[in-house]
Design a protein around this ligand. Structure first.
Ligand code: FAD
Ligand code: AMP
Length: 474
């Protein structure tokens, strides 16, 4: 029987990073994964590389380019006549990017001497060593390991009575692979995935209706960001978002799918060519044999861990989408590093307070730390500085002037408590705020740092100046 220092179950951004780091630290490591590509081949990288972050960003970029050619190039004096869309080529580009990255994980495993096993991993018992059965179809092999890292990720949440066939009614997998642009696209759920997927197909020509159960829009974001994003998404971009919708019968036919829903007191029925169900994700913690080693899950199926990702069973760790905290790839990866270093006798911990959140809509939304409504609820006295991109020279040159940077700082200490961005490259700009907050910076620190001109980062500088009521460009 093969024996390892560390067995990682799951090769998503949490698991593959944990395995690589553990091997780098001299631990004999195996990573077990069961994901298969649409062609039926084992494909490392988890949801993120195969059917999440990477393919969705590839399509976002393609659809934004299409929109630029159609609607934005003329402002630059660039004329493009007879523009046409080749959806299969767009999908092929996305698939190639996915293939390069998933293949790259195999190479990284080889380089770092991580053993890779294909199949479903299930714990069958413990002691000094844990036993893990790895099965594929009818064959199975049992390995043992002194330490186990559970990194099995998440799967799309289902709505009862709605059957996902990934043809007419899709989850994220189908939504990333429509062979042609659906004329009418329905999306259930106005969360991160629903908004990103809705935006892609809207830009490519679909009329998009998003049905959201909650009465508020983007409840996790800062209210001022959510309010402005709502205005842009519904008025300028033309997404038809219906908040407070209660979904009823969903019936898929050969060519269309009908959705009944209650909205503002009346029952409505709409026909779509495709429907995307994006109502959140649930942790993959069933059929893992957790009970055989005494690992507990909470009432929502998440594995219970402490602040260093240790379960109550010594030497079993859990990271990423299967544990508390935001379901984000970078959070999973950093937890992977944390557990590998902890197993190797070093110290690791992820600060969940400073995880950057990003929604890759256009304009992008990104934030770190607390929102203004949270500070009010917690009775924290704060000062705020908000700078609009319309005043930024770089944003003007880009032709992307919507949105703003908003900084919130403690009224007494001036420490930065939260930064909220709606605007171009918000995903890149937010890093400055994350670094500043991790170093316990004040708004004045950012206000005194030199920012390149003309750059979008000047908006962060001005927001910081604004906290002290001393804008220089507003
Ligand atoms: P996963 O990536 O889910 O990987 C888990 C792996 O474990 C999978 O390969 C699975 O097949 C395997 N597995 C499960 N059970 C077993 C078992 N018993 N045995 C063997 N293998 C098993 N996050 C971002 O940060 N940025 C984004 O832009 C972003 N975009 C997204 C877009 C979409 C459409 C989706 C769906 C998600 C997106 N996410 C994004 C979220 C991100 O994909 C997840 O947070 C991330 O993949 C979680 O990583 P993980 O390693 O915890 O799990
Ligand atoms: P996220 O967690 O960012 O992927 O977002 C999921 C979104 O789907 C959230 O805004 C939820 O409120 C929403 N949602 C969850 N269940 C339903 C449902 N049955 N109908 C419509 N929206 C839903």
């Amino acid at each position: 029987m093969k024996n390892f220092d560390v067995a990682v179950i799951g090769a998503g951004p949490g698991g593959y990073i944990a395995a690589i780091r553990a091997a780098q630290l001299g631990l004999n490591t195996v990573c077990i994964d069961e994901f298969k590509s649409p062609e039926g081949k084992p494909s490392l990288g988890g949801a993120c590389l195969n059917v999440g972050c990477i393919p969705s960003k590839a399509l976002l970029e393609s659809s934004e380019n299409y929109e630029r050619v159609l609607h934005k190039f003329s402002d630059h004096g660039i004329r493009a006549d007879n523009v046409s869309l080749d959806v299969p080529a767009m999908l092929a580009r996305k698939d190639k990017i996915v293939e390069q990255f998933t293949g790259g994980i195999g190479l990284l495993f080889k380089k770092n001497k991580v053993a890779s096993m294909y199949g479903h991993g299930r714990l069958t018992g413990g002691g000094e060593f844990f036993q893990i059965e790895v099965s594929e179809n009818d064959s199975s092999e049992t390995i043992t390991a002194r330490n186990v890292v559970i990194a099995t990720g998440s799967a799309p949440r289902q709505i009862s009575g709605v059957n996902i066939d990934n043809v007419r009614v899709c989850d994220n997998v189908g939504a990333l692979s429509f062979a042609e642009v659906p004329a009418r696209l329905g999306v259930i759920g106005a969360g991160v995935i629903g908004l990103e997927m809705g935006s892609v197909w809207k830009r490519l020509g679909s009329s998009v209706t998003i049905l959201e159960a909650l009465p508020t829009f983007l409840g996790a974001a800062d209210e001022s960001v959510a309010k402005e994003a709502w205005r842009i998404f519904t008025k300028s971009i033309g997404l038809d978002i219906r908040l407070g919708s209660k979904i009823g019968a969903v019936k898929a036919g050969k060519k269309t799918v009908s959705v009944e829903f209650e909205h503002e007191g009346s029952l409505t029925k709409m026909e779509f060519d495709r429907l995307v169900v994006a109502v959140g994700r649930v942790p993959n913690t069933t059929n893992l044999g957790l009970e055989s080693v005494g690992v507990k899950v909470d009432e929502r199926g998440f594995i219970e861990v402490d602040d260093r990702n240790r379960t109550a069973t010594p030497n079993i760790y859990a990271i990423g989408d299967v544990v508390r905290g935001p379901m984000l790839a970078h959070k999973s990866s950093e937890e992977g590093v944390t557990v590998a270093e902890t197993i190797a006798g070093q110290y690791g911990q992820v600060n969940l307070e400073h995880i950057p959140w990003v929604i890759y809509t256009s304009p992008e939304i990104a934030w770190v730390g607390r929102t203004e409504q949270q500070l009010k609820e917690d009775g924290v006295k704060y000062r705020s500085g908000q700078f609009p991109f319309i005043v930024s020279g770089r944003a003007r040159a880009l032709g992307e002037t919507a949105g703003f940077v908003k900084m919130l700082a403690d009224a007494e200490s001036d420490r930065i408590l939260g930064v909220h961005i709606l605007g171009p490259f918000a995903s890149e700009l937010i890093s400055e705020a994350v670094v500043a907050m991790e170093f316990g910076a004040t708004a004045e620190d950012i206000a005194r740092i030199v920012h390149a001109h003309p750059s979008l980062s000047e908006a962060m500088h001005e927001a910081a100046l604004g906290v002290g009521k001393r804008f220089l460009s507003l």
